[in-house]
Each structure stands twice: as C-alpha cells, then as structure tokens.
Design a protein. Structure first.
Length: 221
C-alpha cells in the first residue's frame, strides 16, 4: 500500500467526523488518531472472529469424527479411525465459512498495515492536507456532488459514497500533482472495498462529469 493510498483511506475515516463537526474547527490530527484507534480495534475484533470461527469448524470436524458410527463401535483402547467427510453440500457451507473468516483475517492485516503507515510523515501530511482542503472548500465540493448526482439529494446518498466523492473531488479541484486517472481510479477502488460495485460505477460517473464540467486537464502540474 503506497503512502497516498493509505492517506486516502485514513481521510475516508476522518471525513465522517469532519462532516459531523463541520460547525466547529476540528483538530485534524486528533481525528486521525481517533480513526487509527478505530482501525486497530476493528483489526483486533476481526482476528478474534477469525480464530473463533476456525475453532468452531475444527470442533465440528472433531466431533463428527468421534461420533461417526465407525468410531462409536470401536473398542475403547483403539485409536480414532479417520472417516469420510460429510455430504459435499454440507462441507461447501463449511468451506464458505472458512473463506469468510480468511477474508476477515486479510482485512485485519490490511488495517494493521494502514495503522502502521499512519505514523509516516508523508501519509499524515497528505491526510491532513486533504482534510484541510475539504474543510476549507466544503460548500463548493458538496455542490459538485449535488449537481452531478442526477436527481439525488446529497443528504440521501450513502455516507461512505459521499465521503469517497469528497476526497476525490478535493483532489481533482485542489491538488495539483495528482493525475486525473489516479484520483478517479482510487475513488472507484475505495468504493469497491468499502461500499458496492454499483456505488463504484456511480462514483466513477460523477467524477468524470466533474472533470468534464471543470475542464480539468489530464495531468495537473
């Protein structure tokens, strides 16, 4: 994960608090620290869920083996006999559970990496820069979202989608050294990761309209 990608993810967490506290002058660094604590707590919870789910599956397999007729009828002194596994339909469900907990473990690792990167000066500086630029230009940025949402009231948009758009539009309009394609692609990836594929398509469409209307050149430097 590169520095700016990490900064965008941190900003996504921070923006929800920035919007809540829009009438105050928020301490950006405090918001970032709070966001990191949230990330670490989420990582810990996901790892606990992973271990617990894997332990449940192991217990199920062990009990299935012990209670199988082949082992029930064996003598007490005999070792447990390996037995065929249950029906494929049942095991497919168990495998789906394993895949789900593996995804949680992977997510926890990503969160830990992001938390670690947050201490790097480049990540922190870019996160604060995005947050400050949005705070300073909130009215204009949210007007861009409203204008291009095709009949949607900005208050009715999913909060995560609004904040992804806010980050991307902040970059498009107010950050000089980020290529248009990078701002849009990163926003789409954030939507896929934290929202839905439908949201990713929606966000991509709005951002391209913002670029066209504001006549933003391909590389702003």
């Amino acid at each position: 994960m590169n520095a700016r990608r990490a900064a965008r993810e941190l900003a996504l967490l921070a923006f929800s608090q920035l919007v809540k506290n829009s009438k105050k002058s928020p301490e950006i660094e405090e918001i970032i620290i709070s966001s990191i604590r949230t990330l670490v707590d989420d990582a810990e919870n996901n790892l606990k869920l992973t271990v617990s789910a894997l332990a449940d599956i192991k217990e199920y397999i062990e009990n299935y083996e012990i209670e199988h007729p082949e082992n029930v009828k064996r003598s007490i002194e005999a070792s447990i006999i390996p037995v065929p596994m249950p029906m494929t339909s049942d095991m497919l469900g168990r495998i789906d559970s394993i895949i789900d907990v593996a995804d949680k473990a992977y997510s926890a690792l990503e969160i830990s990496e992001l938390a670690s990167l947050s201490n790097k000066a480049e990540v922190k500086t870019y996160t604060i820069n995005l947050s400050n630029l949005y705070t300073k230009n909130k009215k204009e940025i949210d007007e861009q979202i409203s204008k291009h949402s095709k009949g949607w009231n900005i208050e009715r948009l999913v909060r995560i989608d609004k904040n992804i758009l806010r980050i991307a539009i902040t970059e498009l309009l107010y950050v000089e050294d980020v290529p248009i394609s990078v701002s849009i692609d990163e926003a789409v990836e954030l939507a896929k990761k934290y929202s839905t594929d439908e949201s990713a398509s929606f966000i991509n469409g709005i951002l391209r309209q913002v670029v066209e209307e504001n006549q933003i050149i391909q590389y702003k430097k």
